[in-house]
Ligand binder design. Sequence first.
Ligand code: NAI
Length: 347
Amino acid sequence: SRQMLRVSSAPLCFAGKACFASKAAQFKVCVSGGAGGIGQPLAMLMAMNERVKEVSVQDVSMAMVPPAGVAADLGHMEFPSKVVGYAIDPSKPAVDQLEECLTGCHLVLVPAGVPRKPGMTRDDLFAINAGIAKGLVDACAKYCPEAVIGIIVNPVNSVVPAMAELYKKKGLDPLKIIGVCTLDTVRANKFVSVMTGTSPMDVAVPVVGGHAGVTILPLFSQDKIAATIPADKIAALDKRTQDGGTEVVEAKAGKGSATLSMAYSGARFGGKVLDGMAGVPASEYCYLASTVTELPYFSSKVDFGPKGVVKVHDIGVLSAHEKVRLEEAKAALKLEIQKGLEYAKTC
Ligand code: NAI
């Protein structure tokens, strides 16, 4: 069904044995921060992907649940994937502790990080999470330099440029570092489907720009169902897509943020990357080094192939509302990219 296609061209299969008989699972995937709110369900969905032979659940030794426990739990599901937990001591360099965890990985998904706490500025959050991401990215550069690294940890708009520039400095391909913005597309599709009484599987709203606030730019005019929504409703729908994260934080009464819809979205992204690696063309909207606009990083449609990114698409024709929003998005994104570039310079 198309529901399954949304995650991978290889179906998520609940009758494990029958489904797996025909195709060999070939890929190793690491979920860094795999004992966290996003990490646990994300590791579960990746362990259920037909293309996956092994999942590394990586986290820190003082994580809420030991990574080995998450791995033992997931390892009892009736899927052929092997699941192994790895705990690191965050006071020591990650690169010294992750050889077995990362060697042979094709895809590393990174929700590892800390959420913003009261009293913490966005800059504080960036400094902490960029430091965590850097430890992992340095380790990936050493043990799996060909792997695609999907950055989920916020602020994606700054962490991705910082990490991609570090890869460049090491002589590695900056397009291996990709910001996961799939949740924005997923939300836009769902909101449009509810508003129009259609199936979300028939809606595919491109979301370009970046992954925070006004930098999130849904292009409703480019989807045939969304384009039927009256113009006077678009600004509110646009805003709701931008504020989707806040909607969940408020509904969870401060006790968490989007974890389950993010895990679904991360697995959809990961599934597409693995499809490409398996030789099945696939694409997703994501944030990476780009020449699509004058900004050095931007989110647009990306095609995946055997080694990761094969093509970054233009953003296409915009409506009048979207043209105004594009300028607003670029102005905000520029500053957030700058923060990432400065971080890379000081490393
Ligand atoms: P969480 O706090 O539940 O999980 C984070 C996990 O990372 C924890 O288990 C923690 O122990 C682990 N961690 C910390 N340092 C680590 C290290 N050095 N190595 C490995 N693991 C480490 O947080 P949650 O809810 O899972 O969110 C994670 C991140 O994802 C946050 O930055 C959040 O803002 C971001 N996020 C991104 C979204 C997107 O669309 N890209 C959507 C929702 C959240």
